[in-house]
Design a protein around this ligand. Structure first.
Ligand code: GUN
Length: 287
């Protein structure tokens, strides 16, 4: 292996430490405790794991953590009522509705009912528009975590060729906006992209966010490129349940200059950025 491993776990611990210091100062100097509310509808096992982990980390940095667990069959009106109550609650600075929602609920309607100032996911249409026009916004946590790791590794990203594989609203599109904001030349590749290996092969930075296990092999990667793997895929291998990313780590790490592992790369940074966004929302709410 030649690539440097970008240790997201260690970086995330550092970010959480900074958040904890900020929380301590807010309490001591202003008597304010930042509060994060997470709303989970239904019993999706992966979502339950994420929500538990978010609650635990929120408490660990000294913030107030509130969880609303709603039944799978909750009506849209009841869910909107919970969000309305959280919007009005001055002790809550961040609201996150865990996705995906059960099919009978309109995800766009629900997300856009969150007060944009409390939308720590950065999914509200106002925040999407602000980010797209380079204005101050709430920035989605996963792309923000990726950007922080890239800036930390490279310093300036100006002029670099970046390829984002995946065009989701949660990761691909905001990631591309952030890289553009840092003056990268950005390509968004997706399932219909022609000659994906050639497109990826031009990139100094590859961000893989497609949700397909080990889809990107090492021979697509330009020598020395930085590879950020957003994928979290469970697969069966050798009779064992294993967590793998969207890139084939074994072959990509032979060619890349730097690479994030799965687990221990992007994942921990996402939650750290959620906590950081909640502190940001709290500071903005209190002037
Ligand atoms: N489900 C998977 N990732 C996310 C995320 O970043 N935010 C929310 N709210 N739900 C998710």
């Amino acid at each position: 292996m030649s690539a440097q491993i970008i240790d997201g776990k260690a970086f995330a611990a550092k970010v959480r430490g900074q958040v904890a210091e900020h929380v301590t100062a807010l309490k001591a100097e202003h008597g304010i405790t930042p509060g994060l509310a997470v709303v989970l509808v239904g019993e999706d096992p992966a979502s339950q794991v994420y929500v538990r982990s978010k609650g635990k980390m929120t408490n660990e940095v000294g913030m107030k953590s509130v969880e609303h667990k709603l039944d799978e069959n909750t009506s849209e009106a009841d869910l909107l009522a919970v969000i309305d109550q959280l919007n009005k609650d001055a002790s809550i600075h961040g609201i996150l509705v865990q996705l995906p929602l059960p099919k009978h609920l309109d995800e766009d309607l629900v997300i856009n009912s969150i007060d944009p100032a409390k939308d720590v996911d950065g999914f509200h249409i106002s925040n999407v528009g602000l980010l797209g026009t380079g204005q101050k916004s709430m920035v989605p946590c996963t792309p923000l975590g990726c950007l922080m790791m890239l800036r930390d590794h490279h310093g300036s990203l100006s002029g670099m060729n970046a390829v984002v594989i995946g065009r989701s609203n949660i990761v691909g599109k905001p990631m591309a906006q952030l890289l553009l904001g840092d003056s990268c030349t950005v390509t968004i590749a997706h399932s219909r992209t022609k000659d994906l290996p050639e497109v990826v092969g031009r990139a100094d930075i590859v961000v893989a966010a497609v949700g397909r296990p080990e889809m990107v092999p090492g021979d697509w990667i330009k020598k020395g490129a930085t590879v950020i793997d957003v994928g979290i895929n469970r697969i069966e291998r050798d009779g064992k349940n294993k967590l793998v990313g969207d890139v084939d780590f074994a072959s990509c790490s032979e060619v890349a200059g730097a690479i994030t592992p799965v687990p221990g790369g992007v994942g921990p940074m996402t939650i750290a950025c959620l906590l950081a966004n909640t502190v940001t929302a709290c500071c903005r709410a209190n002037g």
